[in-house]
Design a protein around this ligand. Structure first.
Ligand code: IPE
Ligand code: IPE
Ligand code: MG
Length: 247
């Protein structure tokens, strides 16, 4: 039974933006040109998400592993990020979008850190639309950081080891206060999760599209959302139980 409508809409879509390098390579352009066009796709996707009615969007922009890329590419990406944040702050405020990051942003360049802080602070009061940028993010690093913070709380006596549960522990992840992704999209035809939100996507539906990230637009996002609408999420139950309305 598939009735189209708001119930079929994912509340939170997480996207692994991949394929900038190949997009540039196919055109004989430097990789950084692919990243530049990738920034345009971020803008397009953000607008499309609001038009479709997706309240939370998380974009994987830079992984903890990406530092190992050639120095010139890493520097170029940081420069692009700074340029993007400077330009976008006014748009977020205009559109009522709350901006947050997940990842070890304390290791980002000082200029970027300052802009991240400013952008998050200026939009912290918005509640309708949420944009989360994963920067210097890795799931394994996140779990290690959460375990350390949780252990410190146990030592300090604010948490009791005997009470530990997923509900308690997950509050120490970077994503505290953000609902789990319903839909995970990866562009460029790769079918892997590359250390992205491994725990939070425990029950996310996954859609892989061959579109390279710079070419990603509203039609691609809509197609992924439509595919999500055709899926049946069962959370370990039987199809019959789901049809009977069990949760
Ligand atoms: C994704 O595009 C952007 C980042 C990882 C920063 P890639 O740069 O990974 O593009 P491909 O995979 O080399 O085509
Ligand atoms: C994943 O893409 C990271 C981001 C999109 C930021 P990669 O291109 O780095 O992933 P792998 O290396 O192909 O798995
Ligand atoms: Mg890639």
């Amino acid at each position: 039974m598939s009735s189209p409508g708001p119930a079929q809409l994912p509340q939170h879509v997480a996207i692994i933006m991949d394929g900038n390098g190949r997009w540039a390579q196919q055109r004989g352009l430097p990789r950084l040109e692919g990243h530049r066009r990738g920034v345009e796709a971020v803008r397009t996707t953000m607008n499309a998400a609001r038009e479709i009615g997706i309240r939370y969007i998380t974009l994987y922009a830079f992984s903890v592993e990406n530092w190992k890329r050639p120095q010139g590419e890493v520097g170029g990406l940081m420069g692009l990020l700074e340029f993007y944040l400077k330009k976008e702050l006014a748009t977020f405020v205009r559109d009522g979008v709350r901006f947050r990051t997940i990842g070890r942003t304390d290791q980002m360049p000082a200029g970027v850190r300052r802009l991240l802080r400013e952008t998050a602070a200026a939009t912290a009061h918005f509640t309708d639309w949420h944009f989360i940028l994963a920067l210097n993010y890795g799931s394994r690093t996140e779990v290690a950081d959460a375990a350390r913070a949780y252990a410190a709380a146990v030592v300090a006596g604010t948490e009791k080891l005997a009470d530990n549960s997923w509900a308690t522990f997950s509050r120490y992840l970077y994503t505290d206060g953000i609902p789990e992704p319903d839909l995970l999209v990866r562009t460029s035809g790769e079918q892997r999760v590359s250390n992205f939100l491994l725990l939070q996507c425990a029950y996310a539906e996954m859609v892989f599209t061959p579109t390279l990230w710079p070419d990603f637009g509203k039609a691609d996002l809509q197609a992924a959302v439509d595919e999500y609408g055709r899926r049946e999420r069962r959370y370990g139950l039987t199809a019959e139980q789901i049809k009977a309305g069990a949760k």
